[in-house]
Ligand binder design. Structure first.
Ligand SMILES: Cc1cc2nc3c(=O)[nH]c(=O)nc-3n(C[C@H](O)[C@H](O)[C@H](O)COP(=O)(O)OP(=O)(O)OC[C@H]3O[C@@H](n4cnc5c(N)ncnc54)[C@H](O)[C@@H]3O)c2cc1C
Length: 506
């Protein structure tokens, strides 16, 4: 059996995805129980999901129904209309996906603080075991540890975060190059254990919900998903000022966007992705962040277009960015972001076991930033100035306006956005706090291991020392709005985001 190293043995009669599952408590599996419970928290989707596949296989083997609980708390940091609306779209989409299957899908929305307390434990009392999502970011590790201590059923965490299992290596990869080289050696071994594109839910017995009294606590959520969204959001105990965006969440919306990108964006991705006017980036990060879309599905979409198979892989595993996949330049560049860069954050956070801090920067970066801590700043702004897009710089303000309105910033401009916060804040530590606050509050893909990758990258992580040494930045890579304006096609972007008078906070 393939449970992760050091973990308690998992049920021996069902094969789990190698290296991706861990038993988190000392409770035995109960055979004569009422159902298998899948507690969906991070991989919020009905397909390409190892945790769902595993829970369904266990239920089938034990001849029990499968109950899925997908909860939405109201007390997490930065809970707002924006984040809630996106997640609720996902829950409505999942309700449609499980309709007509034998699976009993129970969405649960907290309408007052701590309303969900004890729900998992109450359901677990009747469960053979609880299958949970493994994720290294945000509050997930703490939440799983708390659940493991309290759960009256066996708790099994299954990782469906990326193409590489989270626990495949003990190493903390310091550079994208190192992880890329590792991926080139290791990843092909995992192509044979993909999650199902369409999970096999046949042959499962059906649950009679009237035999599960704790389910009554979830009964109003289904109706709430159909309710007028604005009215529903207005009565939740969440931040009412960070408004929902036009982007709809959920697996169906994610799949539509993926198809559009594969059709219109991918071929230009290699050459055009840095240009905000080009539309060559995918916009998929919020869906990947909330687990509405699997990186596997994106990978499968990219490779199936090119009739690709592992036989196209180059034999040299030397960490070079181009040429290993045997795909077009656009597809290779995209997969490098989707796999190497995205999973660098997942792997780093997993090995650390907690959300990162300023202190986790490499020593050279901390030292050079400290040496320049007292340098005079050309402009000095506080959090409120940044938040309200009230700096002297039109391009920076445009990026911040996009973040506040759309919950996203174009990738290249996101780097500039961060670098200028470093330049115009009173200390590097303060810049770190401001970036983190604004990113996590407004970005639909915020509070992700990649939020930390990006924010700490601004301050030197996964980068090298650069010359000449400059005020404030020291040897940390420097960027300016002027050179960005010279390099990028920005006309339409600036027209869209400069001084838009009708924005809600003006
Ligand atoms: C200051 C700063 C903050 C950032 N905060 C976040 C964040 O909160 N959440 C987040 O997902 N990304 C973050 N990034 C990384 C990157 O900007 C976004 O992943 C990317 O812009 C998402 O847009 P897209 O989906 O169109 O990407 P595409 O270019 O289409 O790439 C496809 C996918 O690859 C991954 N990816 C792309 N670029 C990167 C990168 N540089 N690092 C890691 N993964 C990447 C993402 O999952 C992305 O969806 C941040 C970068 C910076 C500089």
């Amino acid at each position: 059996m393939g449970s992760s190293k050091g973990a308690r043995a998992t049920p021996e009669f069902v094969e789990g995805p190698p290296g991706r599952f861990r038993v988190l408590n000392e409770v035995d599996l109960r055979r004569g129980a009422d159902f298998v419970l899948y507690w969906m928290t991070a991989h919020r989707r009905p397909n390409w999901n190892h945790a769902l596949d595993y829970a369904a296989a266990l239920a089938r083997e034990l001849n029990l129904p499968l109950l899925i609980l997908e909860g939405l708390r109201s007390d997490y940091k930065h809970a707002s209309r924006r984040h809630h609306s996106f997640i609720l779209d996902g829950m409505a989409s999942n309700a449609r996906a499980f309709e007509g299957t034998a699976v009993h899908y129970a969405p649960f929305l907290e309408t007052k603080e701590r309303e969900g307390s004890g729900l998992l434990e109450a359901l677990a009392l009747q469960a053979a075991c609880v299958v949970a999502d493994e994720h290294p970011g945000f509050f997930y590790p703490k939440m799983l540890a708390t659940a493991a201590a309290r759960c009256p059923a066996q708790l099994i965490a299954v990782d469906s975060c990326g193409l590489l299992p989270l626990h495949v290596s003990e190493r903390r990869f310091q550079r994208a190059f190192d992880l890329r080289r590792y991926i080139q050696r290791e990843l092909p071994k995992h192509f044979s254990s993909l999650p199902a594109a369409e999970p096999d839910l046949r042959g499962l017995s059906e649950l009679d919900p009237s035999h599960v009294s704790a389910l009554e606590r979830t009964s109003s959520t289904r109706a709430a998903l159909e309710e007028n969204r604005a009215e529903l959001l207005a009565r939740l105990p969440i931040d009412q000022e960070v408004l929902e965006t036009e982007k709809r969440g959920g697996h169906e919306a994610a799949r539509t966007l993926l198809e559009e990108f594969l059709h219109d964006g991918l071929d230009h991705y290699g050459g055009d992705r840095n240009h905000p006017d080009s539309g060559a980036t995918s916009g998929l990060s919020p869906y990947l962040h909330y687990g509405h879309l699997s990186a596997y599905e994106v990978f499968a979409g990219v490779t199936s277009r090119a009739s690709w198979g592992p036989d196209k892989l180059s034999e040299r595993a030397d960490g070079r960015r181009e040429g290993w996949w045997g795909l077009s330049a656009g597809a290779e560049a995209f997969l490098d972001q989707l796999i190497t860069w995205r999973e660098l954050g997942l792997q780093r956070t997993c090995k650390l076991g907690r959300v990162e801090r300023f202190d986790d920067l490499p020593n050279w970066a901390k030292q050079t930033l400290a040496e320049h801590r007292d340098d005079e700043r050309p402009h000095l702004y506080a959090l409120d100035d940044f938040d309200g897009a009230r700096t002297h710089d039109e391009l920076w303000n445009a990026a911040q306006r996009q973040l506040r309105s759309e919950g996203t910033i174009h990738n290249y401009l996101r780097m500039l956005w961060g670098k200028k916060i470093l330049h115009w804040s009173e200390s590097p530590e303060e810049a770190f706090r401001i970036m983190l606050h604004l990113n996590d509050k407004y970005a639909l893909d915020g509070r992700d291991p990649n939020s930390m990758s990006g924010i700490l990258w601004v301050l030197g992580l996964h980068d090298r020392a650069w010359g000449p040494e400059r005020p404030v930045f020291g040897k940390v890579r420097y960027m300016t709005s002027d050179s960005t304006r010279r390099k990028l096609r920005l006309k339409a972007y600036l027209e869209r985001w400069s001084d838009t008078p009708e924005l809600p906070w003006d």
